[in-house]
Design a protein around this ligand. Structure first.
Ligand SMILES: C[S@@+](CC[C@H](N)C(=O)[O-])C[C@H]1O[C@@H](n2cnc3c(N)ncnc32)[C@H](O)[C@@H]1O
Length: 206
């Protein structure tokens, strides 16, 4: 971060994780429990539609969406993360690819029926968040849905340490990017100590 490279450390950390020199704190090799829980009570339309997973890490959430029936693409800036995901799921139908959210393939514009974003925006410094959110929103088709799960904080609470939790005002950038907020949940997860999560469903009007 101090070298002016706010995303370069992800690849370095995944590489150290692969070599057993570091632990990648979020790479728990399980699907996001907030995604599964959401789907149980509020399953979204699948109908062979396309899904994109943002900052997919080692692939567990992408595998879940593919299992549910989405034609799923998943990307991450880290080559090591993508290589590991492919190795972990050799029979996968997910299209894994290395890509930078800030320079995405042009063909992803308004292409996907469903987007899943968990914990990527919060791992970026505040100065990059608006651009990150605009890029994520740009991938959604009219009529499509985006589910975001992130650590949350009230505006009056301190920013804290990495991963810097998001405020509701920061998340409102998705609305300024043309999406509609369908639901907003504010809850504490089962981690020890419990962390506040915001889980937000957006749609792009037809
Ligand atoms: C905090 S991790 C969360 C990973 C996963 N979504 C999860 O919830 O377990 C953030 C992920 O975003 C990826 N990432 C960070 N900046 C990115 C960028 N500019 N483009 C694509 N992926 C990025 C990182 O490599 C990392 O895998």
């Amino acid at each position: 971060m101090q070298k002016g490279d706010p995303t370069g450390w992800f690849e370095a950390l995944y590489r150290e994780g692969e070599e057993g020199k570091s632990v990648v704190p979020w790479a728990d090799r399980q699907g996001n429990p907030g995604l599964a829980e959401f789907w149980k009570t509020r399953p979204q339309k699948i109908d062979g539609g396309s899904a994109l997973v943002i900052g997919c890490g080692l692939g567990d959430d992408a595998e879940e969406l593919a299992e549910w029936g989405f034609r799923t693409t998943a990307f991450d800036i880290s080559e090591t993360a993508i290589r590991t995901a492919k190795k972990r799921f050799p029979e996968s139908n997910v299209k894994y690819r290395v890509a930078d959210l800030f320079q995405p393939p042009v063909e992803w514009q308004r292409k996907f029926d469903f987007l899943f974003e968990a914990n990527t925006v919060q791992a970026l410094p505040g100065s990059l968040r608006t651009a990150a959110i605009e890029k994520i929103a740009s991938f959604l088709k009219p009529g499509g849905s985006l589910l975001v799960i992130a650590r949350g904080r009230e505006a009056s609470e301190p920013e804290g340490q990495m991963p810097w939790p998001l405020t509701r005002e920061e998340l409102a950038e998705f609305i300024r990017a043309g999406l509609k907020e369908v639901s907003f949940e504010n809850y504490f997860d089962n981690e020890e100590p419990p962390a506040r999560r915001y889980r937000v469903l957006y749609s792009r009007p037809e």
